[in-house]
Design a protein around this ligand. Structure first.
Ligand code: MOS
Length: 730
């Protein structure tokens, strides 16, 4: 028997395409007669458009059209009772301005430069109204919608009665995904009712569904191509109004239109992690048993949509604590709508909870690692179910060993290296291990190749590579003979790449379609091959790309021979896979532990992360190389969250002031320390055939708290407002 493909550090199947520039991202597609679009965006943050004068823009060289609410073709799916403030932004539908940077017109020209120039010539006047962009100045507007239920287990605010308590407020600023690849779309109406798109998306099928409703077209009349995506982190999980703007423009000018938005527009048009204020009250007995947690959060949303996420989720189930209550509210501000950003909800919530746990451990004079072990939840206290698998204690031990946790001092400010204060910190992360519904088709050819298709997405983690490995093990066919194709809406249905669930969801469909393929080959052999004449299909198995028969080692046939014998060029099968039953019996989560060793300069307050150890309990690791890269990527995102990322708004104007890569700091190579990624790599027994739980989110979740906790250990200063910039340590 060959070594299984799952578990190998296989090179990415599309790695060569990516590093040689042969991979084509949405903006790389050139269509015949294609025109270029540029947006005209509102410089006011609230009000109405008074007038649009496009005359000068229309006279500029190469300009085809200027489209706004004054002349846009109607979008049939916009609900007519306007403006209903909670139905999303219906672009070019009316004169309302909800946020700074909202597109008010789109200019189409024969070159990008001409479109951008002409956009600057469009004169828009506004009737400005007062706006609100400051969360803290608008807390009185906080509300809960009907989906935002308070949670209570045991007694509310029980922490207040505990002998040892911490009560603190934690704040995270608005953060922006900022993948390298800019957002946009190329839209082409091939006929008045057939729309072809080259999109940057985490889900081609979901784009198709959204536009089907918006433009009232049959599904098959919307074709979405998205073969490669240059990073997304959640920003490409939905169709944005600016994409609809380009589609409207293409419809009006009857030519393909390409829109690529600028970096500054990445702050206003494609979502963000909402700024949030959190309060934690937490209490324990003197010997370190948690008695109560209260977690309250207020986060930002837009005027026209309520965006909610699991900010207070982790506090409900992470620790064995008899009394927990949570409360979560939204404040609508004159900003665009937030969207899921890597580790959505939990990344925000874990900063508060895992900081508070650390704070309480100091009050208890107890090692924070020990404190977590004492309060380890052996079963899920929220759902009252056993965990499908949980190796968090092993993860704590592995990480502690690797970072050298024994070198940490209980008292802060005790260690120095080369004139820098030294501190150690840790925290836990958790994210739901999901499994959705997906379909895959498989074509096995008489040439011995296997091609699997599913309308999945790949925003970078190496989806196709993992799927090839799963298919190789499910069939015994060599990885080199297997192709996995994704990113086309015509392929069988798959959900968006989000919530760390692609391997679980699409991998299950791949595994199932491979099993079905082998079953069919067996049936075909039993039906038509003389050697298999008296063999029952149920006795047919496979080994190394051959059909074998239980108890009859002499009878074998290569998969290809079955097709060749029947002179059949290929065999195609399709399978749909969906979990379900197991979720009623088990609580499923991936867990992570992050350890950080930091240096803090006593004179300047500069924080340097010297060493990171991140341990993931995410079930079977399909590919240690791509999984390791994904964990490192999450750590890099976590370093940004901890130390540098903060989208700043000048509230006088409601405008972002650091809306570029120079001023909004994402960590660069020099900010990135040696990072050890360790995997528990133990199969989850129930979640899916591979035993793989998700990993993308837990790579980041908790990380910022680990850094903050390390900074406290180094300095004795507790920073509860991210990012931890030097001024906060002086
Ligand atoms: Mo992720 S925030 O589910 O793309």
């Amino acid at each position: 028997m060959k070594q299984p493909a799952v578990g190998q550090s296989m090179d990415r199947v599309d790695g060569r395409l990516k590093v040689t520039g042969a991979a084509r991202y949405f903006a790389d597609h050139q269509l015949e007669g294609m025109l270029y679009a540029a947006l005209v965006c509102s410089p006011v943050s609230s009000g109405r458009i008074a007038a649009i004068d496009a005359r000068e823009a229309l006279r500029a060289p190469g300009v085809t059209d200027v489209i706004s609410h004054l002349n846009a073709p109607p979008v049939p799916g916009y609900k007519q009772e306007t403006p209903n403030p909670k139905q999303g932004l219906k672009i070019f539908h009316d004169d309302r301005i909800y946020s700074n940077g909202q597109p008010v017109a789109i200019v189409v020209a024969n070159t990008l430069e001409r479109a951008v120039h002409a956009a600057s010539l469009v004169k828009v006047t506004y009737n400005q109204e007062t706006h609100a962009t400051d969360l803290y100045a608008n807390l009185d507007k906080a509300f809960q919608n009907k989906n935002m239920k308070d949670y209570l287990r045991g007694e509310p605010d029980a922490w207040k009665k505990a002998p040892v308590t911490v009560e603190a407020e934690y704040n995270i600023p608005l953060e922006v995904h900022n993948p390298m690849e800019l957002a946009g779309i190329t839209a082409h109406w091939e006929t008045p009712d057939k729309l072809v798109l080259y999109a940057k998306t985490q889900g081609v099928k979901s784009v198709q569904q959204t536009l089907k409703n918006l433009f009232q077209l049959p599904e098959q009349n919307i074709v979405v191509h998205s073969l490669f995506v240059g990073g997304a982190f959640g920003m490409a999980l939905r169709v944005w109004p600016m994409e609809v703007a380009a589609i409207i423009a293409a419809k009006k000018v009857r030519k393909p239109v390409k829109l690529v938005i600028g970096r500054k527009d990445m702050f206003t048009l494609v979502g963000y992690r909402p700024a949030a204020m959190q309060k934690i009250g937490i209490g324990a007995t003197a010997d370190g048993k948690l008695t109560g947690i209260t977690h309250e959060a207020v986060a930002v949303t837009s005027p026209y949509e309520d965006f909610t996420e699991a900010i207070v989720g982790m506090s409900k189930f992470m620790y064995a604590c008899p009394n927990v209550n949570t409360h979560y509210q939204l404040v609508p501000l004159n900003l665009s709508t937030p969207v899921w950003m890597r580790g959505p909800g939990e990344a925000t919530g874990s900063f508060a909870l895992e900081s508070a746990i650390d704070e309480l451990s100091y009050k208890l004079k107890m090692d924070p690692l020990q404190f977590r072990v004492i309060n380890h939840a052996d079963t899920d206290p929220e759902k009252n179910l056993p965990f499908s698998s949980k190796y968090l204690k092993e993860a704590y031990e592995m990480g502690a060993e690797k970072i050298g946790w024994k070198n940490r001092t209980m008292e802060p400010r005790q260690l120095q290296e080369d004139g820098w204060l030294v501190g150690y910190g840790m925290s836990s992360g958790v994210f739901s291990a999901g499994r959705g519904k997906a379909t895959a088709s498989a074509i096995f050819g008489a040439d011995g190749t296997l091609t699997i298709r599913s309308a999945a997405a790949d925003i970078g983690p190496g989806t196709a590579t993992a799927m090839v490995q799963i298919a190789a093990d499910a069939t015994g066919i060599a990885p080199a003979k297997i192709r996995f194709l994704l990113g086309e809406s015509e392929y069988p249905e798959a959900p968006r790449q989000g919530g760390s669930s692609t391997v679980s969801t699409v991998g299950s469909a791949v595994s199932d379609v491979c099993k079905l393929l082998l079953q069919k080959l067996g049936e075909m052999a039993a039906e038509s091959m003389p050697a298999f004449k008296d063999v029952k299909p149920a006795d047919i198995g496979y080994e190394d790309g051959q059909l074998i028969v239980t108890g009859k080692p002499a009878i074998r046939a290569g998969f290809r021979e079955v097709l060749q014998h029947r002179q059949q060029p290929e065999l195609q099968v399709t399978a749909t896979s969906q979990g379900g039953e197991e979720r009623r019996k088990y609580s499923m989560y991936s867990f992570s532990v992050h350890f950080a060793k930091v240096h803090v300069h006593p004179a300047t307050g500069v924080v340097r992360i010297k060493h990171v150890v991140s341990v993931a309990d995410s079930g079977t690791i399909v590919n240690a190389k791509t999984a390791g890269s994904q964990m490192i990527g999450g750590v890099v995102g976590g370093i940004g969250m901890a130390l540098t990322e903060e989208a700043l708004i000048d509230h006088r104007f409601g405008r972002f002031v650091n809306n570029n890569y120079a001023d909004y700091h994402v960590p660069v190579h020099a900010d990135t320390p040696p990072t050890d990624v360790l995997f528990i790599n133990k199969k989850d027994p129930v979640i899916n055939p591979m035993g793989s739980k998700g990993m993308g989110e837990i790579a980041l979740i908790g990380f910022a708290a680990a850094v903050s906790n390390a900074v406290f250990n180094a300095t004795g200063t507790r920073v509860r407002d991210l990012p931890i910039t030097p001024d906060k340590l002086l």
